[in-house]
Design a protein around this ligand. Structure first.
Ligand code: KG4
Ligand code: ZN
Length: 338
């Protein structure tokens, strides 16, 4: 039996979780309101907020799990990719705590953590998990990839964005409409009452299993700019339709390549992960695609879609099982580098 403390601090959420093997005993997240007024994450403010949050968040996670730091078998932490200043807070904290508690450390890749979140279990419940190899559409604020997950340690990138990420595109569309950051949840809510076919947006056409979202973003920007010139109230009068259109364009693009990947690789266990996997249209459409194509689909519970430490804990648990520990001089990395 392993008790693992996990720490996530790669962007603007400070999170700590305690896992007993693959089972979540606690998972706490402190968000950072400080970025709202800037319309995006300000890295320097993010690291300062992590410094303020990390001690109370870790403390609360241990208390909620009913354990002390001396009970821990390992400390897992996100080592990258992410914002350097943010990562440094979590990594430095994990190192000092592991040293003080005399337990080993496990370095976790943030993207792999999103992809492995499907293996998290809740106390008293055993849910179905994907079988290897499965496909995972990883859609977050900074990444859009189709991964073939061959084992918890072996990932093949089948497709990736050549420019913007899906979440970034949605966030930028929200910004163009003057909506608050992050735009994803707001667009998701407003789109519920909109007509997804009200406006025509450019659909990306690029080869292979790769994605491109910059053309869609520009097409949205030009649509809004041109219509605003004719009618200054264009955004307020058409907010729901605009949200529904951009959301549908992003989801169509994502699923189009995911279907191609599943067919090409003959894989029928299909998962999604990352912040955008909270999107209601993407979730509904994935389920209907699953029925149509005979897939088993895996949607993460909402609490494990956006950044959280429980997913770092499960990736850490897999590594702990093979005693894959890291030394005290481990340094974080900002870019993918898996
Ligand atoms: O995985 P995540 O929390 O952070 C990164 O690792 O980047 O993803 C954040 C992204 C943001 O772009 C946010 O707008 C998007 O996830 N997001 C959503 C929804 N909830 C969060 N996008 C669409 N619909 C949602 N319901
Ligand atoms: Zn993330």
């Amino acid at each position: 039996m392993a008790l693992i403390l996990a720490i996530e601090s790669s962007c603007d959420d400070t999170s700590a979780a305690v896992l007993e093997n693959d089972c979540v005993r606690s998972n706490l997240i402190a968000g950072q309101k400080v970025h709202e007024m800037y319309g995006g994450v300000v890295p320097e403010l993010a690291s300062r907020a992590h410094q303020e949050n990390i001690v109370p968040v870790v403390d609360s996670a241990l208390k909620a799990a009913g354990i002390k730091s001396s009970d821990l078998d390992a400390i897992a932490f996100t080592n990258g990719p992410g914002l350097l200043g943010s990562l440094l807070v979590g990594v430095s904290f994990a190192k000092s705590m592991a040293w003080a508690a005399g337990c080993p450390m496990v370095a976790v890749n943030h993207l792999e953590a999103h992809v492995l979140a499907h293996f998290l279990q809740q106390p008293g419940e055993r849910k179905e998990v994907p079988e290897f190899p499965y496909l995972c559409l990883l859609v977050s604020g900074g990444h859009t990839q189709i991964l073939k997950v061959c084992s918890p340690f072996h990932f093949e990138t089948l497709g990736t964005t050549i420019d913007d990420a899906a979440g970034e595109t949605i966030d930028k569309a929200a910004k163009i409409m003057g909506l608050p950051y992050p735009g994803g949840p707001v667009i998701d809510r407003l789109a519920q009452t909109g007509n997804p076919n009200a406006f025509r947006l450019a659909k990306p056409r690029i080869p292979d299993l790769n994605y491109s979202f910059s053309g869609l973003k520009t097409s949205f920007l030009y649509l809004v700019r041109d219509r605003l010139a004719e009618n200054p109230d264009f955004i307020t009068e058409n907010q729901a339709d605009l949200c529904a259109c951009i959301q549908q364009a992003v989801v169509d693009t994502l699923l189009d390549k995911l279907i191609k990947a599943a067919e090409k690789h003959h894989i029928k266990d299909i998962a999604i992960g990352g912040g955008v996997s909270a999107n209601s249209l993407l979730r509904n459409r994935l389920e209907s695609c699953g029925r149509e194509h005979g897939w088993r689909t895996f949607l993460p519970p909402f609490s494990y879609t956006t950044d959280n430490a429980a997913m770092v804990g499960i990736a850490g648990y897999f590594k702990w099982q093979r005693q894959d520990f890291c030394p005290l001089d481990t340094v974080p990395y900002t870019r993918q580098g898996r």
